[in-house]
Design a protein around this ligand. Structure first.
Ligand code: SF4
Ligand code: SF4
Length: 136
């Protein structure tokens, strides 16, 4: 994941919700979810996306695009955007400042700070000297 939040509020509108590991398709499933976890009542049905999944808008998004319940927002908001969104086939809102970026072989190979190779001659010289010192 690269980038940073530009506070566009896009992730609080037209969102898909997961219920038992699946994107919600049926209103009845959403209603059961709210009955089980009332914190989901903040998400109001707002139509259906291209793939047939239900879309929700959060009622707690302020006019300034900021969350009005920031301190008590649910885990799905706190962890957004998570890598699991990518692995579940989700996508980020168009204006989102974050982007998914796959690690390439070069990233893995050169991404870490190269370690300075050990100076074996210096270590050997030091140990030979220590041996000499203990024998005298
Ligand atoms: S609770 Fe806050 S962060 Fe979560 S969707 Fe609503 S407005 Fe956005
Ligand atoms: S869509 Fe992305 S940039 Fe916009 S508020 Fe959500 S995390 Fe931040």
């Amino acid at each position: 994941m690269v980038g940073r939040c530009n506070r566009c509020g896009g992730c609080c509108r037209s969102i898909n919700l997961l219920g038992r590991g699946r994107w919600l398709r049926r209103a009845a499933r959403y209603e059961r979810m709210v009955a089980e976890a009332p914190e989901f009542a903040r998400f109001r049905p707002a139509g259906r996306g291209d793939q047939g999944f239900l879309l929700f808008d959060c009622a707690l998004l302020g006019d300034d695009h900021l969350c009005t319940a920031h301190d008590t927002r649910p885990a799905l908001c706190r962890n957004y955007p998570s890598k699991s969104l990518y692995y579940r086939g989700g996508r980020l809102p168009d204006d989102c400042g974050y982007a998914f970026r796959a690690a390439t072989f070069r990233d893995v190979l050169f991404g870490r700070k190269p370690r300075k190779p050990a100076d074996f001659s210096a270590v050997l010289r030091r140990e030979i000297q220590q041996d000499k010192d203990t024998q005298t």
